[in-house]
Design a protein around this ligand. Structure first.
Ligand code: GDP
Ligand code: ZN
Length: 416
């Protein structure tokens, strides 16, 4: 990942003059040029009367009606498979023309996202130079079905896009043509309980950011993230910020528990700069997803790691409105720090593991997994049973009661 932004020297020139980071969609990323704008159109209705009628029609596929009838998860899988095929005819019903570029998705919003260019095509002479970050949209079936809770693309995805050339001060609008298979995903069960959401793609680790005080350290939150990370087969590390405020005894006690579970722990203070080198080392050469309650100092840490963040980090927290008019900030944003990358997900607050139910939750608590053979009942839930080896270990102080408490809380919120 190191140096990826600069990996294509031929296209240096104009691009290297540009600011390193984009400041959001509003400034010339083509928002105002979205054909049709707004709500996805119904393809079967025959009521498309705008100029884009012909184009929209050519995207239509015969089986779109069938897709609509599929359960959300299967529909998602079908659309993903189409996207990964990179076959225009499969995605759009016909090949589409235009120069193609490759890049990384750095921010996703409803129906559109930002692609950071990595390999730019040769553009026809006289066209406007390509920006470093391309406003990118979904088209056709993909757009139509991207209304679900789980987006087809996530921050961190590697994509191919078609870039119709523009002239003068027109803005570029790229169209997604392909998503490359993910090497990993950080996923959760969406709070609605109806879909699995990929928060970040192609990540190597999860960092949970907590504060020593103000707000209070919450072991339950760390435990939930720990379970989410383990269930995604991703390592997790704990960043304890605000250590300048002092680390209370009970927090130290939990840190010892996490250390025993094998979590690397980095103590930082964005205020004094203590521990920032340790944090740098932790994020170096990798892509990490950065999770924490608001107020723990995530933005301050990002700003401390990369002074360029000052002043624009709030872009990631700008609220957008869903089609229902409700507030959402659940998009994640990818940032470059030193030679690593951080995907910050400021709006994601609830971490419920995907593919996990009450019956298999024990698997993500190593201290339970290692002892459950000793329980009286083979279907022991480890919450109330007589003869439960886990409850006995909690009683004996071998399992920390806060960890067991987290298990019970999660157990109660998971599907049966
Ligand atoms: P975020 O919501 O996690 O992004 O948190 P912010 O970075 O916005 O920080 C929340 C508040 O905590 C701000 O007032 C920061 O100045 C303060 N803060 C952040 N890091 C530290 C720290 O290490 N020590 C202290 N004492 N305050 C901090
Ligand atoms: Zn038990």
């Amino acid at each position: 990942m190191a140096g990826r932004r600069h990996s294509n020297p031929e296209q240096g020139g104009g691009r290297s003059q540009k600011p390193k980071h984009v400041r959001g969609f509003a400034r010339g990323h083509g928002m105002h040029h979205r054909p049709g704008g707004g709500a996805p159109k119904s393809f079967g209705s025959g009521r498309l009367r705008d100029n884009h009628e012909h184009r929209e029609r050519s995207y239509r596929r015969f089986d779109d009606e069938k897709l609509a009838d599929l359960p959300a998860e299967q529909r998602q899988a079908t659309l993903r498979a189409r996207l990964e095929s990179g076959d225009d005819a499969n995605i759009f019903g016909a090949p589409i023309q235009g120069p193609r570029a490759r890049g990384t998705v750095v921010e996703v919003r409803k129906g559109h996202f930002l692609t950071e260019l990595r390999e730019a095509p040769e553009m026809p002479p006289g066209t406007t130079p390509l920006p470093e970050y391309l406003h990118t949209v979904l088209r056709g079936t993909l757009e139509q079905f991207d209304r679900g809770l789980a987006s087809l693309v996530a921050s961190g995805d590697e994509v191919e896009v078609v870039v119709p050339p523009v002239h003068g001060d027109e803005t570029y609008e790229a169209v997604l043509t392909r998503v490359f298979p993910r090497t990993s995903e950080f996923r959760r069960l969406h709070p609605s309980g109806r879909s699995i959401q990929t928060i970040a793609a192609n990540v190597q680790q999860v960092l949970v950011v907590a504060s020593a005080a103000e707000p209070l350290f919450r072991p339950g939150f760390v435990d939930r993230l720990h379970v989410c990370a383990l269930s995604c087969d991703l390592p997790i590390a704990l960043v304890l910020n605000k250590t300048d405020l002092g680390v209370p005894e009970d927090v130290e006690e939990m840190l010892a528990v996490y250390a025993k579970l094998g979590l690397p722990i980095v103590r930082t203070s964005a205020e004094t700069g203590a521990g920032l080198d340790g944090l740098r080392k932790l994020v170096s050469g990798k892509r990490s997803v950065f999770c924490g309650h608001s107020g723990v100092g995530k933005s301050s840490l990002l700003a401390a790691l990369e002074p360029d963040f000052d002043g624009y980090i709030t872009v990631g927290e700008v609220s957008t409105y869903t089609s229902k008019g409700t507030h959402t900030t659940t998009h994640a944003r990818l940032y470059h720090v030193d030679d690593g990358e951080l995907i910050d997900a400021p709006g994601v607050r609830e971490f419920t593991p995907a593919d996990t139910d009450r019956k298999n939750l024990w698997a993500w608590f190593p201290e339970i997994a290692g002892r459950r053979a000793g329980c009286n009942f083979s279907d022991c839930t480890h919450t109330v049973e007589k003869g439960c080896a886990i409850l006995a270990a909690v009683e004996a102080g071998e399992i920390h009661s806060r960890r067991h408490e987290s298990y019970v809380r999660m157990y109660q919120t998971l599907p049966v």
